[in-house]
Every structure is written in structure tokens, then in C-alpha cells.
Design a protein around this ligand. Structure first.
Ligand SMILES: *Cc1c(COP(=O)(O)O)cnc(C)c1O
Length: 338
């Protein structure tokens, strides 16, 4: 029985063709700037996002960290969502390693940060306060896509208020595909964007940070300091290039699978899904508190893995084939019938 792992889109395995691209990749020493595939990946991603430069980084966590370290000095502050990955799920790295103070704010239901609230959180220029330097947004946020209008307004707002604007775009490719726009159209609103290759795009490892040439030079320095300088990384970069070139457009399929899955699960009385919030490849499900654990265990026995902290979360990706969807819905139904 094949496992149906819906915990995250990070669990994808490299396909045969991706492995082929990796194994035949030409390599060099990237710390000397001599790995052709790393260079290719960086310039390809920069072009795709409309930025001057890109930097290949081992993980999204390090990519966000070095972006924060490059934007902010010791004693500066960044404004970020209370549930944002860079604030809540990255070990407090910006504070610990950068002496950068986070100012978290609640996300609105649509995954945005209310710009009036951001405005109110900006500290006056006074020695009592940290210097508010940066606004950090996330797109997609919990699978939700930020509107283009909002992102343009955030860009204007940041400029008016002398803030830099960084996007944790771990899944920004999902957002672009869902809105049928180019990555450039989204990324033009931000000074810097971090993109995960190892989520829905299906590469085994890596993220790319993009921004201006000067910014990426600074980030390069911080990457080295954080221990992120890799040598013959071209095999990984080749996987990243393959992911961007061959597995980007297909993200639409993951979104369609998520809709089909949500539609089926919604019919089960004991489950509640806010369908408006299913916009890309993630489904969040509310159910009675006592049900979560036995349900998760029941599904696990059937080879179906889901995750849940408060809400249950199911994520579709390239290793969840169309044929799995009715099987997963059936398994949920069986649990409630027994
Ligand atoms: C996964 C993720 C990251 C970075 O994750 P890594 O596991 O370090 O690559 C950053 N932000 C968001 C929103 C993510 O989902």
C-alpha cells in the first residue's frame, strides 16, 4: 500500500527525471562562484521574479534569516504576522542571531496585515524605541493568496513610511498560479522575496532569495556567516532548476485536487471547512476537539497521514495522485460510520 502523505508539500520525493537532471549536473565550487548550475538557478530565478540577483540557500528558514539580517541592524525592528513563519516557526532566529526585535501583529482572515495597524505599530524616532525598519508579509499565508491590490498598497505604504518590504514567499509560486499572473507581477511589490524550491515545486532541498544586486551581495556575506556556503551544490541547484522549469505550471493540479478533496470532506457532517479559505493546496478542517486524535490515528492505520494543531491540515502535492482523493474521502467517511 502506497502511503498517502498529506501532512505537507515538503514530503515530495524527487521524480526519476529530476534525479536524472541531478545526477548529470555539471558542478564546481560555489564558494568560489564556480558552480554553473547554482549560477544558472540564481539568474533564472532572478529573471523569473524580475529582480537583479538571486542567492541559492539551503533552506527557507536561512533565506528569511539572511534577508532579515541584511535588511536590519542590531536594535532594529521588523513588523510581522503573529502566526508568520519567520516569527513563530524559525526558532526566533532574527532575535537570537540578529538582535532584531520582532513586532508581531495578528493576521487578518485573508492572510494580510492591516496597514492601519502596521502604521500604529511603527515606533516614533526616539531613543526609547527600537528602529522600525522592515515589514514582512507572507504569501501564500496558510494557503491563502494575498490580492495584487493589497500587495501594491503594502508597497506604497512601505515606501511612504521608510520601511523595507520582504516577502516570505515560500509558496509564492502557488499564489502566482492561483491568480494566473507572472511571478514578476507579485514580486515587483517587494524589495526581497524568499522562494522555497522544496515545497510544492518538489525539489529535495533549497530556497532562493532574490533582490537587488547590492542587497544580494550583502546577503551573500550573511549566508557565509550563517554557514550556508555550499560547495558542489550544482546537483541540488539542478533539482531546483528542474522544479522551476518543469513542475511550476503543474501546481494548478494540486489546487484542483485540494478543491475536489475539500468538496468531498465538506459533505461529512462532523467536519467543517471554510471553502473560501481553500485557495491553493491547503485545506484546514475544524472538528470536535476529542475527534482529532482518534481520526488521525484511524487514517494513519490506512496509510493516510495528516497533520493538526487545533485544526486538521491536509496539503496536496505532486506525490498525491488524483486517484488518492476518493480513497482519502472514503477513509474519513469510514471513520465516522464506525
Ligand atoms: C516552509 C516555510 C518556510 C521555510 O521552511 P524551510 O523548511 O526552512 O525550508 C518559510 N516560510 C513558510 C511560510 C514556509 O511554509
Amino acid at each position: 500500500m502506497k502511503k498517502k502523505d498529506l501532512r505537507s508539500d515538503t514530503v515530495t520525493h524527487p521524480s526519476k527525471l529530476m534525479r536524472k537532471a541531478m545526477s548529470s549536473a555539471e558542478v564546481g565550487d560555489d564558494v568560489y562562484g564556480e558552480d554553473p548550475n547554482v549560477n544558472r538557478l540564481q539568474s533564472y530565478t532572478a529573471e523569473l521574479t524580475g529582480k537583479e540577483s538571486g542567492l541559492f540557500v539551503p533552506s527557507g528558514t536561512m533565506s528569511n534569516l539572511i534577508a532579515l539580517l541584511s535588511h536590519c541592524q542590531r536594535g532594529d525592528e521588523y513588523i510581522v504576522g503573529q502566526q508568520a513563519h519567520t516569527y513563530k516557526y524559525e526558532g526566533g532566529g532574527a532575535a537570537v542571531l540578529g538582535s532584531i526585535q520582532p513586532q508581531p501583529l495578528e493576521f487578518a482572515a485573508d492572510g494580510s496585515l492591516d496597514l492601519q495597524q502596521v502604521k500604529a505599530a511603527i515606533k516614533p524616532s526616539d531613543c526609547h524605541f527600537a528602529r522600525t525598519r522592515l515589514l514582512c508579509l507572507e504569501n501564500t499565508q496558510g494557503g491563502k493568496v494575498l490580492s495584487l491590490e493589497y500587495q501594491a498598497a503594502a508597497d506604497q505604504f512601505a515606501k511612504q513610511n521608510n520601511l523595507s518590504l520582504h516577502l516570505d514567499g515560500a509558496r509564492v509560486c502557488n499564489a502566482a498560479v492561483a491568480q494566473s499572473v507572472s511571478l514578476q507581477e507579485i514580486c515587483q511589490n517587494y524589495a526581497t522575496v524568499s522562494i522555497c524550491l522544496s515545497k510544492g515545486l518538489g525539489a529535495p532541498v533549497g530556497s532562493v532569495l532574490v533582490g537587488s544586486k547590492d542587497f544580494i551581495e550583502e546577503a551573500h556575506h550573511w549566508r557565509k556567516m550563517c554557514g550556508g556556503g555550499m560547495r558542489q551544490a550544482g546537483m541540488l541547484a539542478a533539482a531546483g532548476l528542474f522544479a522551476l522549469q518543469k513542475q511550476y505550471e503543474r501546481l494548478t493540479e494540486d489546487h484542483i485536487k485540494a478543491q475536489t478533496l475539500a468538496e468531498g470532506l465538506q459533505k461529512i457532517d462532523q467536519l467543517s471547512i471554510d471553502r473560501d479559505m481553500v485557495q491553493t493546496n491547503m485545506i484546514f478542517i475544524d472538528c470536535a476537539a476529542g475527534i482529532q486524535e482518534p481520526l488521525t490515528n484511524f487514517l494513519k492505520h490506512k496509510g493516510i497521514l495528516i497533520s493538526g494543531y487545533g485544526q486538521l491540515r491536509l496539503v496536496t502535492h505532486l506525490d498525491i495522485s488524483d486517484s488518492y482523493i476518493p480513497i482519502v474521502i472514503k477513509a474519513f467517511q469510514n471513520f465516522f460510520q464506525e
